[in-house]
Write a protein that binds this ligand. Sequence first.
Ligand code: ATP
Ligand code: MG
Length: 222
Amino acid sequence: MLKAEKIDYSYGDHEILHGVDLLVEDGEFVSIMGESGSGKSTLLSILAGNLRPASGRVLLGGRDLSAMSERELARLRCTEIGFVYQEFHLIPTLRAAENILLPNYLARGDAKEGKKKMAELAERMSISHVLSSFPEEMSGGECQRVAIARALLYSPSILLMDEPTGNLDSVATEKVMTLLSELNRELSLTMIQVTHSELTAQYGTRIVHFGDGRILSDEVVR
Ligand SMILES: Nc1ncnc2c1ncn2[C@@H]1O[C@H](COP(=O)(O)OP(=O)(O)OP(=O)(O)O)[C@@H](O)[C@H]1O
Ligand SMILES: [Mg+2]
């Protein structure tokens, strides 16, 4: 369970988030929609422990992120919170397999176990054929599936995604979204995506409309 309580955030004197409350139960797939500049990415960064709120707190499985040190947060982001970006954020000098294994290097995990999990995920994501390719040799959809596999290497309790299909064409978008909704249903993987598209929002089980740093509506759709 992820719980955000009364989150406020400002950049300088520009107030971005105003007392945001959000409770995401295990197994939910939440789509957050809202105008550009309304604070969606800022909220996602706070939920991921990348930014600390000015006030309020974030609880992940009962643990308070605001009480954690930078070191503890870094470990949490490596092993418990998966994050996927619009621009993939793969390391260009590493092959797909090495990109997926990155959290394992960072958390100094068991190499053999990491490789086994990586191969399983690659199979699940239909990217086994690109494991020895560099990011520039892959399609956008393949890059994003590699980035999702990387985010899932440690079986995180939640997957946070900021416009995961924003850079993909409609065919690649459908493939990625279908995969995500299968992961949500089959593994009960809890997910939050930010999206500008009504179509991709519909893959979620719940749609939250966000505006001017506040939640405007919140509806369970499935
Ligand atoms: N590092 C920063 N420093 C100062 N202002 C920032 C910073 N990052 C974002 N902002 C401002 O905060 C506001 C919210 O930004 P945010 O990126 O959260 O919006 P968003 O809802 O994700 O928008 P988009 O849909 O365009 O991605 C915007 O007005 C933006 O200009
Ligand atoms: Mg954004």
